[in-house]
Design a binder for this molecule. Structure first.
Ligand code: ATP
Ligand code: MG
Length: 564
């Protein structure tokens, strides 16, 4: 079901403890069957990735199964575009559901049947209070609710009304079907929760067949039960809903999975709820769901994050029982870790400064051998052209360089990676005094970047030959939000007040070596000394575009030390 070959995808945690206990007691005959149940009302984000890695990972670790189930009970907000993107994202993360692709809407008939069964056994009734009245009657945390005047309708009347709801004889809001539990329950969820409501909306799968739709709490447990799920893993907000989950299945006298709640993932400088992400997209704060600054899986993929890095991150953060906030730097750490061993090294200059080597013959071109990845001998090597005019990184030159600056400065010598030693002899400026070009000389006896007279240089610079360079657009990304927790509204602010105006920088004076002039979108590499980059979807031979995936510098170790 997957080509992931870690010993363990999930690691040990309180959920595996529960599963181990069940396996020992034989509660599910040693079976482990999980599911990932997204609502197709948006693209998946890194929080979903956590849930995917957990559910599919448990199935892999326990030799069980994980179903893919679209929880499509709200026709108003759902769309096939989302269904398709969700499938693509789960596959890309490395997981597969084989033939276990399900839709909650496949069970609508069965759910209707079950509702009739609950009505017949006196466990459900049609209520005709308005939505507002229902809210009023529900009571508060401190006060019990009170019974609806419609609560004691006869079974016959309930059956007739419910059938009428299904047949479209009533308008939205006229009636709902409610479970008859306890309006005085200390758990508000149990105060006669709504099971069905009227929605005269077209459904992306069932079309116009239905005008009543089941509520999440009713649909979810039944879907789990029908599919024979053993461990129904959800996030902490559903803890109070567990008694209802159990109540529905108990009263229907059907198979009962175990619901287990864990803490949802929160990441610093990020928002994750689909409702908020939709706003960012629709109001144009980002270019789309797959904008590389988004916390979506598609955004991270476009930015160049490897699936392996996301999986490792999810394992690393573990499974918690209390809500917490994970540092974004830890995700970046996982990204760098994965990229460091897999990315080939190339030379790219993102902020260029031209260098002319005055004593190098005008028409001469030499080629030097470069290892594609010093960490991986099997990655092979390539030839890189060198000529009289080169681009180097602007920040690798300082006119008034302090002693400790080991890069290029007037009169100082540096190594050009795998090529020659060069010394800066002159600085050319424009009318505003800005440096526009450097004049250098090279030492022909240092070919390959080495000197045999024992002379040492401290700095090694990357470079690109002007005549062979491919001009590219480079996009640099920073956090989309300036505030660590943009969702914190205690200061009266809205999350959009904290959008980082500098989260995207587009650079156009960037040059890369010729080998990068014709790669596929999604191609990942390291620009030596600069960072990890990924060819963007906009990348074409005519207009090469690279996203910076991450800088080389890791801040996580520092943060970790501080935390200790
Ligand atoms: P959102 O609030 O972003 O809309 P959701 O929970 O409504 O999220 P669903 O499509 O219903 O989104 O979620 C599918 C699964 O993913 C659920 O099992 C849910 O618990 C899980 N999930 C969603 N967000 C997170 C998160 N931040 N951390 C862990 N799991 C999550
Ligand atoms: Mg939801």
């Amino acid at each position: 079901m997957s080509d992931i070959n870690n010993d363990s995808v999930v690691g040990k945690n309180f959920i595996t403890n529960i599963i181990d206990e069940h396996n020992e007691s034989g509660r599910y005959d040693g079976r482990v069957a999980t599911r990932f149940p997204p609502e197709p009302n948006g693209y998946l984000h890194i929080g979903h990735a956590k849930s995917i890695c957990l559910n599919f990972g448990l199935a892999l670790d326990y030799d069980g199964t994980c179903n893919m189930r679209f929880d499509d009970t709200n026709p108003v907000k759902e769309d096939v575009e989302y269904v398709d993107s969700i499938k693509e994202d789960v596959h890309w993360l490395g997981f597969d559901w084989d033939d276990r692709l399900h839709y909650t809407s496949d069970y609508f008939d069965k759910m209707y049947e079950y509702a009739v069964q609950l009505i017949k056994s006196g466990k459900a009734y049609v209520d005709s209070l308005t939505a507002e009245q229902i809210r009023e009657y529900r009571g508060t945390l401190k006060e019990p609710g009170k019974n609806s005047p419609y609560r004691e309708r006869s079974v016959e009347e309930n059956l007739e009304l419910f059938e009428g709801m299904k047949a479209g004889r009533y308008e939205e809001g006229e009636h709902v079907l409610r479970a008859k539990i306890d309006m005085a329950s200390p758990n508000i969820v149990m105060r006669d929760p709504t099971l069905y409501r009227i929605r005269k909306a077209h459904h992306h799968r069932t079309g116009d067949k239905w005008c009543i739709y089941p509520m999440y709490d009713y649909a979810h447990c039944i879907s789990d039960s029908i599919e024979g799920i053993t461990h129904s893993i959800c996030t902490l907000e559903f803890e109070n809903n567990r008694p209802l989950y159990d109540w529905v299945l108990e009263n229907l006298e059907v198979y009962r999975p175990q619901q287990i709640e864990f803490a949802r993932l929160n990441l610093t400088y990020t928002v994750m709820s689909k409702r908020r992400l939709i706003q960012l997209v629709q109001e144009g704060h980002v270019s789309g769901w797959d904008d590389p600054r988004m916390s979506t899986i598609s955004g991270m993929r476009r930015r160049g994050y490897p699936a392996e890095a996301i999986r490792n991150f999810c394992e690393r953060i573990g499974v918690a029982k209390a809500n917490n906030m994970v540092d974004f730097a830890l995700l970046e750490f996982s990204v760098r870790e994965a990229l460091n061993s897999t990315s080939p090294r190339y030379m790219g200059v993102v902020n260029s400064l031209k260098v002319v080597i005055e004593n190098y013959p005008e028409d001469q071109v030499e080629e030097f051998v470069f290892q594609n990845n010093p960490e991986d001998p099997e990655a092979g090597s390539r030839m890189v052209p060198f000529s009289r005019e080169l681009y180097i990184e602007r920040e690798d030159f300082r006119e008034d360089a302090p002693k400790k600056f080991f890069r290029l400065a007037p009169g100082r010598e540096v190594r050009l990676r795998y090529a020659y030693y060069v010394t800066c002899t002159d600085v050319v400026k424009d009318e505003n005094g800005e440096v526009v070009e450097l004049r250098c000389t090279y030492d022909p006896k240092t070919k390959g970047g080495w000197s045999d007279d024992g002379r040492k240089v401290k700095g090694t610079l990357h470079w690109v030959s002007v005549a062979h360079a491919v001009k590219t657009e480079v996009r640099l990304y920073d956090h989309l939000f300036t505030k660590e927790n943009p969702m914190d509204t205690s200061d009266g602010s809205d999350f959009k007040d904290h959008i980082n105006p500098d989260s995207l920088k587009v650079l156009n004076e960037c040059y890369v070596e010729p080998a990068l002039g014709d790669v596929e979108p999604g191609f990942k590499c390291q620009f030596e000394r600069v960072g990890y980059f990924c060819a963007d979807y906009d990348y074409t031979k005519e207009k090469p575009v690279f996203n910076r995936t991450a800088t080389l510098r890791d801040t996580w170790k520092k943060i970790e030390k501080k935390q200790k």
